[in-house]
Design a protein. Structure first.
Length: 252
């Protein structure tokens, strides 16, 4: 098993603008603090072509308008700068914004989005796999021998997380890079997600306790996602108290 924070290069593949920081922010901070180069590759950050009723309701819940993705990219820029990581973005649209051939939403609301099944989009995994392969193997990548790649394991069943996991596996299983899965926050906290390890875990994992500097950096970075706080943290307790003191990586 790899030393999670000792790699010279770290790539964290993030489905959305906040997943990497919330789920692996301590590991990112520790790697950067030790002099490692960290890239966060966000897959779904594209602006919507059409804002449907569910997307508009989401924007209103977040206190956002039609420029939601511009605001969220700004939050992500500040969060990653706090941790010492560089952003790379693929510009694809997240599930909430994807539409069918007649402009209808592919996923109408949360029950559809948290279905853990991208079957209604037969080509989407391949499209993401191609885009990810270019990002991981492009001119900005480090030598694969010294670069650790982390991808989402899929806690919570968000269809975008499932797509990213499957797409990343296509490239990573065929190569010689060191890689693993990170657990997604805040889904780890939800009662409905209990027991996910039996389905998604691989049997081999490394727990990474967060030292004080790295935990402080993670909390400071997470605080930048102001538009997301009211939908991420459903417990009435202050959200920093809900962030676990360790992060865990599962190995293929």
């Amino acid at each position: 098993m790899r030393d999670v924070t000792g790699a010279r290069g770290l790539v964290v593949v993030s489905p959305h603008l906040d997943d990497a920081v919330l789920s692996a922010g301590g590991i990112i901070a520790a790697t950067a603090r030790r002099g490692g180069r960290v890239r966060v590759v966000t897959v779904f950050d594209g602006a919507p072509a059409v804002i449907g009723p569910d997307a508009r309701a989401f924007h209103e819940a977040c206190g956002l308008g039609d420029d939601a993705m511009d605001v969220r990219r700004g939050e992500d820029d500040r969060a990653l700068a706090t941790l010492g990581a560089s952003p790379e973005r693929l510009g694809l649209r997240e599930a909430l914004y994807r539409t069918g051939t007649r402009g209808q939403p592919v996923y109408a609301g949360e029950p559809d989005i948290f279905c853990a099944d991208p079957g209604r989009e037969p080509a989407i995994v391949g499209q993401v796999a191609e885009a990810l392969a270019c990002a991981l193997d492009g001119e900005d990548s480090e030598d694969g021998e010294d670069e650790l790649v982390l991808v989402p394991v899929g806690v919570g069943g968000h269809v975008d997380h499932v797509i990213v996991r499957r797409a990343a596996e296509r490239d990573l299983r065929a190569g010689d890079r060191a890689w693993g899965y990170y657990e997604e926050l805040p889904y780890l906290l939800f009662d409905r997600c209990k027991g996910w390890e039996d389905q998604l875990g691989t049997g081999r994992s490394t727990v990474v306790p967060l030292g004080a500097p790295d935990r402080r950096a993670k909390l400071a970075a997470a605080a930048e996602y102001r538009s997301q706080h009211r939908i991420l943290w459903i417990d009435p307790a202050p959200w920093p108290t809900q962030v676990p003191p360790a992060e865990r990586i599962w190995w293929p």
